[in-house]
Design a protein around this ligand. Structure first.
Ligand code: HEC
Length: 127
């Protein structure tokens, strides 16, 4: 059992490397957050580029107003008019949204791809 410490060390190194290989970079988190902001309904109240609407305030300067834990709290617990998102977002997703909102240069999410109806594939049983 003299090799046990070495075995643990090897496992630890493996886990660290695996974690580094699979972890998202800051830029990736910002990009994923941009898509989540659009697809999880934030834009409904805060606007497509977080500029604000009648339903929710602008988040344009949020990186200067709130620290990351305060943004996490707002998203997970909601506010007076904002619903809680703790049931519909994972911790990672909340983290990605915070990265997006606190990014110096917010990325623009890729456009939604809407599949065109394939008219030739539609058969009419009446014919
Ligand atoms: C139904 C409308 C609505 C939706 C959907 C919504 N918000 Fe909000 N949000 C608000 C309102 C209203 C406020 C102002 C505080 C309050 O009443 O909760 C707010 C406040 C915030 C704040 C704090 C702003 C500040 O200046 O203190 C953040 C950050 C935020 N929202 C992020 C999000 C994110 C991220 C999402 C999507 C996961 C989201 N919101 C979805 C309505 C909404």
């Amino acid at each position: 059992m003299r090799n046990l410490p070495r075995l643990f060390a090897a496992i630890l190194v493996f886990l660290l490397l695996a974690n580094a290989a699979f972890a998202l970079s800051t830029k990736d988190k910002e990009r994923v957050g941009a898509v989540l902001f659009r697809d999880k309904g934030c834009t409904y109240c805060h606007g497509a580029s977080a500029q604000g609407t009648a339903k929710g305030p602008s988040l344009a300067n949020i990186r200067k107003l709130l620290k990351a834990p305060q943004i996490v709290d707002q998203i997970e617990n909601g506010g007076r008019k904002m619903p809680s998102f703790s049931d519909s977002l994972s911790r990672d997703e909340v983290d990605q949204l915070v990265h997006y909102l606190r990014a110096k240069h917010r990325p623009i999410p890729p456009p939604l791809v809407v599949a065109a109806p394939q008219s030739s594939a539609v058969s009419n049983p009446e014919q």
